[in-house]
Design a binder for this molecule. Structure first.
Ligand code: FMN
Length: 178
Protein backbone atom coordinates (compact mmCIF):
# COMPACT_ATOMS: atom_id res chain seq x y z
CA UNK A 1 0.00 0.00 0.00
CA UNK A 2 1.38 3.42 -0.98
CA UNK A 3 1.00 5.89 1.87
CA UNK A 4 1.58 9.66 1.79
CA UNK A 5 1.84 11.89 4.84
CA UNK A 6 0.72 15.51 4.50
CA UNK A 7 1.30 17.69 7.52
CA UNK A 8 0.89 21.20 8.84
CA UNK A 9 2.61 22.43 11.98
CA UNK A 10 2.85 25.88 13.57
CA UNK A 11 5.17 25.34 16.52
CA UNK A 12 6.83 22.07 15.44
CA UNK A 13 5.01 19.30 17.34
CA UNK A 14 3.10 17.93 14.37
CA UNK A 15 6.12 18.25 12.08
CA UNK A 16 8.05 16.08 14.53
CA UNK A 17 5.17 13.57 14.63
CA UNK A 18 4.88 13.49 10.82
CA UNK A 19 8.61 12.92 10.40
CA UNK A 20 8.54 10.14 13.00
CA UNK A 21 5.64 8.40 11.21
CA UNK A 22 7.33 8.74 7.81
CA UNK A 23 10.47 7.12 9.19
CA UNK A 24 8.52 4.31 10.87
CA UNK A 25 6.56 3.31 7.78
CA UNK A 26 9.09 4.51 5.18
CA UNK A 27 6.66 6.63 3.19
CA UNK A 28 6.65 9.95 1.36
CA UNK A 29 5.97 13.14 3.29
CA UNK A 30 4.83 16.56 2.19
CA UNK A 31 4.42 19.79 4.25
CA UNK A 32 1.61 22.32 3.90
CA UNK A 33 3.32 25.70 3.50
CA UNK A 34 1.36 28.88 4.02
CA UNK A 35 1.69 31.91 1.76
CA UNK A 36 1.67 34.32 4.74
CA UNK A 37 3.64 34.10 7.97
CA UNK A 38 1.54 32.50 10.70
CA UNK A 39 1.29 34.18 14.12
CA UNK A 40 -0.73 33.52 17.26
CA UNK A 41 -2.98 36.43 16.23
CA UNK A 42 -3.74 34.92 12.81
CA UNK A 43 -4.56 31.60 14.49
CA UNK A 44 -7.16 33.35 16.62
CA UNK A 45 -8.54 35.36 13.66
CA UNK A 46 -8.77 32.21 11.51
CA UNK A 47 -10.58 30.46 14.36
CA UNK A 48 -13.08 33.29 14.87
CA UNK A 49 -13.81 33.93 11.18
CA UNK A 50 -13.46 30.26 10.14
CA UNK A 51 -11.03 31.32 7.40
CA UNK A 52 -9.25 29.04 4.93
CA UNK A 53 -5.77 30.62 4.61
CA UNK A 54 -3.83 30.57 1.35
CA UNK A 55 -1.26 27.77 0.97
CA UNK A 56 1.44 26.98 -1.58
CA UNK A 57 0.52 24.51 -4.34
CA UNK A 58 1.15 20.86 -3.50
CA UNK A 59 3.07 19.24 -6.35
CA UNK A 60 2.98 15.68 -4.97
CA UNK A 61 0.42 13.64 -6.98
CA UNK A 62 -1.87 12.67 -4.09
CA UNK A 63 -4.11 10.46 -6.23
CA UNK A 64 -1.14 8.11 -6.86
CA UNK A 65 -1.30 7.01 -3.21
CA UNK A 66 -3.70 4.47 -1.68
CA UNK A 67 -3.90 6.31 1.63
CA UNK A 68 -3.04 9.78 2.92
CA UNK A 69 -2.27 10.41 6.58
CA UNK A 70 -3.15 14.00 7.48
CA UNK A 71 -1.24 15.44 10.44
CA UNK A 72 -2.01 18.84 12.01
CA UNK A 73 -2.68 20.62 15.28
CA UNK A 74 -6.20 21.05 16.64
CA UNK A 75 -7.34 24.63 17.19
CA UNK A 76 -10.61 25.30 19.00
CA UNK A 77 -11.59 21.62 18.63
CA UNK A 78 -11.21 21.79 14.83
CA UNK A 79 -8.44 20.85 12.42
CA UNK A 80 -5.92 23.69 11.95
CA UNK A 81 -7.21 25.99 9.19
CA UNK A 82 -4.35 25.44 6.68
CA UNK A 83 -5.25 21.72 6.59
CA UNK A 84 -8.85 22.74 5.90
CA UNK A 85 -7.61 24.66 2.83
CA UNK A 86 -5.64 21.62 1.64
CA UNK A 87 -8.64 19.30 1.98
CA UNK A 88 -10.98 21.70 0.18
CA UNK A 89 -8.50 21.94 -2.67
CA UNK A 90 -7.53 18.27 -2.91
CA UNK A 91 -10.53 16.27 -1.70
CA UNK A 92 -11.08 14.71 -5.12
CA UNK A 93 -7.51 13.37 -5.16
CA UNK A 94 -7.67 11.81 -1.70
CA UNK A 95 -8.39 8.10 -2.17
CA UNK A 96 -8.54 7.21 1.51
CA UNK A 97 -7.36 9.17 4.48
CA UNK A 98 -6.85 9.25 8.21
CA UNK A 99 -5.98 12.00 10.69
CA UNK A 100 -3.60 12.12 13.63
CA UNK A 101 -2.72 15.13 15.78
CA UNK A 102 -0.39 16.12 18.53
CA UNK A 103 -3.04 18.25 20.18
CA UNK A 104 -3.16 19.86 23.59
CA UNK A 105 -6.03 18.73 25.70
CA UNK A 106 -8.39 16.00 26.78
CA UNK A 107 -11.61 17.65 25.59
CA UNK A 108 -14.76 15.48 25.77
CA UNK A 109 -16.25 14.94 22.31
CA UNK A 110 -13.29 16.51 20.49
CA UNK A 111 -12.43 13.35 18.52
CA UNK A 112 -16.04 13.04 17.33
CA UNK A 113 -16.12 16.72 16.33
CA UNK A 114 -12.92 16.28 14.32
CA UNK A 115 -14.28 13.12 12.65
CA UNK A 116 -17.49 14.97 11.71
CA UNK A 117 -15.58 17.98 10.40
CA UNK A 118 -13.37 15.76 8.21
CA UNK A 119 -16.40 13.84 6.95
CA UNK A 120 -18.18 17.10 6.06
CA UNK A 121 -15.11 18.44 4.24
CA UNK A 122 -14.30 15.30 2.23
CA UNK A 123 -17.74 13.70 1.86
CA UNK A 124 -16.68 10.42 3.52
CA UNK A 125 -15.28 9.44 6.93
CA UNK A 126 -11.60 9.00 7.79
CA UNK A 127 -10.32 5.41 8.26
CA UNK A 128 -8.81 6.40 11.62
CA UNK A 129 -8.55 9.46 13.88
CA UNK A 130 -6.07 9.69 16.75
CA UNK A 131 -5.32 12.41 19.29
CA UNK A 132 -1.96 12.39 21.08
CA UNK A 133 -2.51 14.82 23.95
CA UNK A 134 0.33 16.99 25.22
CA UNK A 135 -1.49 17.35 28.56
CA UNK A 136 -0.85 13.67 29.25
CA UNK A 137 2.83 14.54 29.63
CA UNK A 138 1.95 16.71 32.67
CA UNK A 139 0.83 15.82 36.20
CA UNK A 140 -2.98 16.01 36.52
CA UNK A 141 -2.97 19.38 38.36
CA UNK A 142 -1.39 21.10 35.31
CA UNK A 143 -3.49 19.46 32.56
CA UNK A 144 -5.90 22.38 32.21
CA UNK A 145 -3.20 25.09 32.09
CA UNK A 146 -3.89 26.38 28.59
CA UNK A 147 -0.76 28.52 28.22
CA UNK A 148 1.68 25.91 29.50
CA UNK A 149 0.20 23.10 27.39
CA UNK A 150 -0.24 25.16 24.19
CA UNK A 151 3.35 26.38 24.29
CA UNK A 152 4.93 23.01 25.01
CA UNK A 153 7.40 21.66 22.43
CA UNK A 154 7.52 17.89 22.37
CA UNK A 155 10.83 16.03 22.36
CA UNK A 156 11.71 12.69 20.77
CA UNK A 157 11.59 11.18 24.28
CA UNK A 158 7.98 12.43 24.56
CA UNK A 159 7.12 10.74 21.27
CA UNK A 160 8.18 7.36 22.64
CA UNK A 161 5.62 7.76 25.44
CA UNK A 162 2.91 7.69 22.74
CA UNK A 163 4.37 4.70 20.87
CA UNK A 164 1.44 2.38 21.70
CA UNK A 165 -1.15 4.88 20.46
CA UNK A 166 0.89 5.54 17.31
CA UNK A 167 1.20 1.82 16.55
CA UNK A 168 -2.54 1.27 17.14
CA UNK A 169 -3.23 4.06 14.63
CA UNK A 170 -0.82 2.66 12.04
CA UNK A 171 -2.17 -0.88 12.45
CA UNK A 172 -5.70 0.35 11.88
CA UNK A 173 -4.63 1.93 8.59
CA UNK A 174 -2.56 -0.99 7.42
CA UNK A 175 -5.36 -3.47 8.24
CA UNK A 176 -7.77 -1.51 6.08
CA UNK A 177 -8.69 -3.30 2.85
CA UNK A 178 -8.84 -1.22 -0.35
C1 FMN B 1 -4.93 29.10 19.66
C2 FMN B 1 -4.78 27.65 20.01
C3 FMN B 1 -5.93 26.88 20.19
C4 FMN B 1 -5.82 25.53 20.52
N1 FMN B 1 -6.97 24.81 20.67
C5 FMN B 1 -6.86 23.48 20.99
C6 FMN B 1 -8.03 22.69 21.10
O1 FMN B 1 -9.18 23.12 20.93
N2 FMN B 1 -7.87 21.38 21.45
C7 FMN B 1 -6.64 20.80 21.67
O2 FMN B 1 -6.57 19.63 21.98
N3 FMN B 1 -5.51 21.56 21.53
C8 FMN B 1 -5.59 22.86 21.20
N4 FMN B 1 -4.45 23.62 21.05
C9 FMN B 1 -3.14 22.99 21.31
C10 FMN B 1 -2.39 22.58 20.03
O3 FMN B 1 -3.17 21.69 19.25
C11 FMN B 1 -1.08 21.93 20.44
O4 FMN B 1 -0.28 22.87 21.13
C12 FMN B 1 -0.28 21.35 19.27
O5 FMN B 1 0.67 20.41 19.77
C13 FMN B 1 0.46 22.39 18.44
O6 FMN B 1 0.98 21.76 17.30
P1 FMN B 1 2.17 22.36 16.40
O7 FMN B 1 3.39 22.50 17.31
O8 FMN B 1 2.39 21.33 15.34
O9 FMN B 1 1.72 23.65 15.85
C14 FMN B 1 -4.53 24.96 20.71
C15 FMN B 1 -3.40 25.74 20.52
C16 FMN B 1 -3.51 27.06 20.17
C17 FMN B 1 -2.26 27.87 19.98
Amino acid sequence: MRILIIYFSFSGNNRRLAEYLAKEIQCDICPIIEKKRRTMLTIVLDMIFKRSPKIEAIETPISNYDHTILVAPIWDSKIANPLKTLIKRKKNSLNNYSFISFCGFDRPGQKERITNQLTDLTGYPPKAVSELKVCELFPSEYRDEVNTISRYHITSKDLFKFEDKIYDFLHLIQRTKY
